[in-house]
Design a protein around this ligand. Structure first.
Ligand code: B16
Ligand code: MG
Length: 214
């Protein structure tokens, strides 16, 4: 029986992908690196440091550790400026209602996000009170597609993996959920998220029945 739902943040609760894109774009322009929307898509659910690795690889270049650290800090500062724009109106469709429905049904709610800024984003949305456990980019060492983050959140919720369902928009997140022994609902396209037990085009289609029948 499903007793807990673990939500990804970016792309499931709110859409910060555009802010990540604009921040990486600014950094890339300054560093004369190629960066476009297609590459940004491949950074979904990927940690900040790994995202920079992918951008450098895409450009067939390497940076010293010191320069990498500086770039990561600059990118994050740009991103933090964009986060100030988020308000409680910026939930993705039906998400707030769905969180309320889960709460009313006594289903535990966890967050499993790769972002080190997850708490700030939840606070800007005024969503923090919905969550029984918040797992973010600081909670575990191994990022998605490793199962560690979801296992950590399930344990903190006091649930076994098979009592939890993960909701994710990135294929790395679906892989992490399955490795953790959890079923997954993918938000996005079937081509990308086809391995999830259920794929929904948008958060607008999230319903309690789906959770009960998965
Ligand atoms: P930060 P999620 C992920 O969040 C984003 O999808 C990904 O694009 C970003 O690089 C990562 O968080 C790290 O974010 O730089 O804020 O630590 O989808 O796992 O909620
Ligand atoms: Mg995501």
């Amino acid at each position: 029986m499903i007793k807990g739902i673990i939500f990804d943040l970016d792309g499931v609760i709110t859409d910060t992908a555009e802010f990540h894109y604009l921040s990486w774009k600014q950094l890339s322009n300054e560093e004369r690196l190629n960066f476009d929307k297609l590459l940004n898509e491949k950074l979904k659910g990927v940690s900040r440091a790994k995202s920079l690795d992918r951008i450098l690889k895409h450009n067939n270049t390497t940076f010293s550790k010191t320069k990498q650290k500086d770039c990561l800090e600059r990118k994050n500062n740009y991103y933090l400026q964009y986060l100030k724009k988020i308000t409680q109106k910026d939930y993705l469709p039906r998400i707030k209602k769905f969180l309320q429905e889960l709460q009313a049904s006594n289903i535990k709610i966890g967050l499993g996000s790769a972002s080190k800024n997850a708490l700030s984003v939840l606070e800007r949305l005024e969503a923090t009170p919905f969550f029984n456990v918040i797992g973010d980019g600081n909670s575990v060492k191994k990022a998605k597609p490793a199962p560690d983050l979801f296992l950590y959140v399930a344990k903190e919720l006091g649930l076994t993996p098979n009592e939890c369902i993960v909701i994710e928009d990135a294929s790395s997140g679906i892989e992490a959920a399955h490795k953790a022994g959890m079923k997954a609902i993918g938000i996005g396209s079937k081509e990308v998220l086809g391995k999830a037990e259920v794929v929904l085009e948008s958060t607008n289609f999230l319903k309690l029945e789906i959770i009960q029948n998965i």
